[in-house]
Write a protein that binds this ligand. Structure first.
Ligand SMILES: *Cc1c(COP(=O)(O)O)cnc(C)c1O
Length: 410
């Protein structure tokens, strides 16, 4: 059967007749294969082609890391580990998944505020790079290095004195729990030297979900300059310079895809400068959402169809307990609808206004608020696109005690 691209920005998926295809399978058949709804499905081919697209646009010298908190499903991490140059973890739990997945410990870096002593010990024993976020971590690492007879590999996560403009979530600039304030980094570097930790470089991460290429370029430029200024205080040459990421994906009507070309050009210039300023160092960008977000869908089944005072509600078998982001409760200021389709009625046309709600007893449990959708009945499959990042693991699954969501990689 010929396939047809589905609308607008979600053109990574196609339909055959009424059925959305994922990994080449019609959605109804995939649901049978999975054996239950709700489920998340992530498409290998889309993950692979996203990395290939980045590789072709970004300079060869820039290393690509996967920030696995965006999607820590072990099969996804295992697949990504074979495609990218390194994995960024944010806890000992994620570290275990990355190591189990076969990621090279030398190419794993560990960031996050409030690392527990046990986590720091595990990270030193594993031989991964630790992004220092406080003075406390330095003292602890010095002790752990002595005890284990292994020098801790460290980079300094800098809380810059600027923000990533236009970012969905700011994670640097001003007072922050992340990293060490830029003005105190020279003091920290002196301590790293005194305590003889293995200093490797700097990590700067200014924010997340940014669709403005100029803002990302500006942040990378400023991060580079800040790292250069700070490197004068470093106890040894910089071999690792992580310029962050923050690349966003389009979720809502009117959002434009990020322009990678200008980011690629900017990184090319920076990597040329780095040959002189940081000889032998690797420039790294770390991406979560951008790598995995568009490769995933969340699929739930219509359980009930209700009309309340003229408004149509499709009640499905999973909601914010599985997909907090789509409900608008994961840091969004204004709730907007993720792209949604009735996955087994792709050809029906969009001919009614309906709200898709989950089964939880809270008015926050909305997956689609008054959207134009194909007319759906109980048993139909509701698909939420752009669901490959900050989905299952970023949702309160135990809330109300419904069954856990299943995740598959196809
Ligand atoms: C969350 C996080 C990322 C990933 O952010 P995305 O917006 O998903 O790309 C990268 N680096 C650090 C330090 C993070 O905390």
């Amino acid at each position: 059967m010929p396939t047809t691209p589905i609308h607008t920005t979600m053109n990574q998926f196609v339909a055959a007749g009424d059925e959305l295809l994922i990994g080449g399978l019609p959605i109804s058949r995939l649901a049978e294969r999975v054996g239950q709804t709700p489920f998340y499905a992530y498409d290998r081919e889309l993950l692979r082609s996203r990395v290939a697209e980045l590789r072709s646009t970004l300079p060869d010298r820039v290393k690509l890391h996967f920030a696995m908190k965006a999607n820590p499903m072990p099969a996804v991490v295992g697949y990504m580990a074979g495609l990218v140059d390194g994995i960024d973890v944010a806890s000992a739990g994620e570290l275990k998944i990355a190591l189990d997945a076969g990621a090279d410990p030398h190419e794993i870096s560990f960031a996050g505020p409030g690392k527990r002593i046990s986590e720091l010990r595990q990270a030193v024993a594993a031989g991964v790079l630790i992004n220092i976020e406080s003075f406390r971590e330095i003292d602890l690492l010095a002790g752990i290095s002595r005890e284990l007879g292994l020098p801790a590999r460290v980079a300094v996560r800098v809380n810059p004195d600027f923000e990533l403009k236009g970012s969905g979530m700011k994670m640097g600039g001003g007072p922050k729990q992340f990293g060490v304030d830029a003005e105190r980094v020279p003091e920290l570097l002196a301590k790293i030297g005194e305590l003889k930790l293995a200093f490797e470089g700097f990590h700067l991460f200014a924010g997340s979900q940014n669709l403005k290429a100029e803002s990302i370029c500006e942040a990378q430029q400023k991060s580079y300059e800040l790292a250069l200024a700070l490197s004068r205080h470093a106890p040894s040459p910089v071999s690792f310079l992580n310029l962050g990421g923050g690349f966003g994906i389009p979720y809502f009507p009117g959002e434009q895809r990020l322009d990678l070309t200008s980011i690629g050009k900017n990184l090319e210039q920076l990597s040329q400068s780095a040959k002189v300023d940081f000889p032998g160092a690797s420039l790294v960008i770390e991406l979560g959402r951008y790598l995995v977000g568009e490769a995933g869908i969340y699929v739930s089944k219509v359980v009930d169809r209700k009309i309340s005072r003229g408004q149509t509600f499709l009640v499905v078998d999973g909601g914010l307990n599985h997909h907090l982001s789509a409900s608008g409760n994961f840091g969004q200021v204004i709730r907007k609808n993720y792209p949604v389709a009735i996955g087994n009625r792709m050809n029906a046309g969009n001919n009614e206004t309906a709200s898709v709600v989950g089964p939880l007893c809270t008015p926050l449990d909305i997956l689609a608020d008054r959207m134009t959708l194909a007319v759906a009945e109980p048993g139909d499959l509701v698909v939420i696109f752009q669901s490959g990042a900050y989905g299952a693991s970023a949702s309160p699954q135990r809330f109300l005690g419904h069954p856990e969501v299943i995740e598959i990689l196809i």
